[in-house]
Design a protein around this ligand. Structure first.
Ligand SMILES: Cc1ncc(COP(=O)(O)O)c(C=O)c1O
Length: 371
């Protein structure tokens, strides 16, 4: 089976993990600090704070910003984006998407803003940046926070600026993402006081890291200044992340080449191939096509899978039609473009090490199924 995704791991990650295991220092230590430094430098922010998932990252950001009102976001995303809002005690307000990139439609944001609105959470779907200029303008006009869910977009550019550097960025290092640490996430920000509070809250509300305390006169003092969590990243994960960061440009370049090749080889006009806006770099965390309404998606995916090619859907159902969210009042018809896109998209295999032979096979099978 040609898988949908495959982490790009080699001996370098393996020896980095072994080195950490032998070092005796397994978590919240020097490797995490080094990974954070590399990530902040890559994104172009003053800080990056590593945590154990993007969901934890989103939740921490909601908490440090003290958001208990409404947050505007797309429904065409993984449920974690909205869950982090709900679990923080805030209210998700879903807005429809644009038809080409499937990202939040900036023109539909303002009509949902009211006095309870506190933040906008753009989600950079599949590796294509959202239209950040109008989003930042709306946020500034209404004095709203911008929390970028950049789980699916590590290295994507909008007007030559990396996603995650416009507002507060949250990233995921799940194995299908542009880089992986197994499980993991990170928050990017330029704000000194946010960085400080995020660091405190991720580790039980205690401001100092254990390996830093060891150097102090009273290393046993673990004084909590807040009631925090344990959202720490392990040094084992961070060591993988450091090696992945050394390869990120190469991996993203390969992803872009694979996408370009697939888009060239898929010739049937019953599918819409991914759009790339001129002012953006799309880093293709996944490769998503849209089928013409005349094609039965279930049959199509079945035929593709029968040829040992994995295919999937991101995302169906959209978040607002999942049971928890329909129970709080969302219903079919609320977001027509999201619902249409969700019914017709298909995700095809894309990962840095996929071979040209596999890509030729995938495109040949798909072209013949559609013919
Ligand atoms: C858009 C989006 N947000 C959040 C997440 C959650 O990331 P994690 O699995 O690291 O918590 C994902 C991961 O699938 C995602 O795609």
């Amino acid at each position: 089976m040609i898988p949908l995704a495959k982490p790009y791991i080699d001996e370098r990650e393996i020896s980095a993990v072994v080195e950490v295991l032998k070092s005796g220092w397994l978590t919240h230590g020097p490797k995490v600090k080094e990974f954070e430094r590399m990530f902040a430098e890559y994104i172009g922010t003053k800080y990056a704070i590593a945590v154990n998932s993007c969901t934890s990252a989103l939740q921490l950001v909601m908490e440090v910003l003290n958001i208990k009102g409404e947050v505007i976001l797309p429904s065409f995303t993984f449920v974690a984006s909205a869950n982090a809002i709900v679990t923080s005690g805030a209210i998700p307000i879903f807005v429809d998407i644009v038809e080409d990139t499937y990202n939040i439609d900036p023109n539909k944001i303002e009509e949902r803003i009211n006095k309870r609105t506190q933040a906008i959470m753009p989600v950079h779907f599949a590796g294509h940046p959202c239209d950040m200029k109008p989003i930042m303008e709306i946020a500034e006009k209404h004095n709203l926070h911008v929390i970028e869910d950049s789980a699916e977009c590590i290295g994507g550019l909008y007007n030559n600026k990396k996603t995650g550097s416009f507002g507060i960025g949250c990233f995921s290092f799940f194995p299908t993402k542009n880089i992986t640490t197994g499980e993991g996430g990170i928050i990017t920000t330029n704000d000194d006081s946010l960085e400080e509070r995020i660091k405190i809250l991720r580790a039980h509300g205690i401001p100092s890291m254990t390996h830093e305390r060891e150097k102090s006169k009273k290393p046993w003092l673990r004084s909590a200044t807040e009631a925090g969590y344990n959202f720490r990243m392990c040094d084992i994960n961070a060591a993988i992340g450091i090696e992945q960061m050394k390869k990120i440009d190469d991996m993203n370049k390969k992803r872009i080449e694979v996408a370009r090749y697939l888009s060239k080889k898929l010739t049937n006009n019953k599918i819409t191939k991914p759009t790339i806006h001129k002012n953006c770099r799309h880093v293709f965390q996944i490769y998503v096509i849209m089928l013409d309404t005349s094609i039965n998606r279930i049959d199509f995916i079945k035929k593709v899978m029968e040829k040992d090619i994995q295919a999937s859907v991101h995302f169906d159902p959209p978040v607002h039609l999942q049971p928890y969210y329909t129970n709080i009042g969302w219903k079919k018809g609320d977001l027509p473009i999201t619902e249409h896109v969700s019914e017709h998209v298909v995700t095809l295999p894309l990962f840095p090490s996929i071979t040209k032979r596999d890509l030729d096979f995938i495109s040949q099978i798909i072209n013949s199924i559609l013919a």
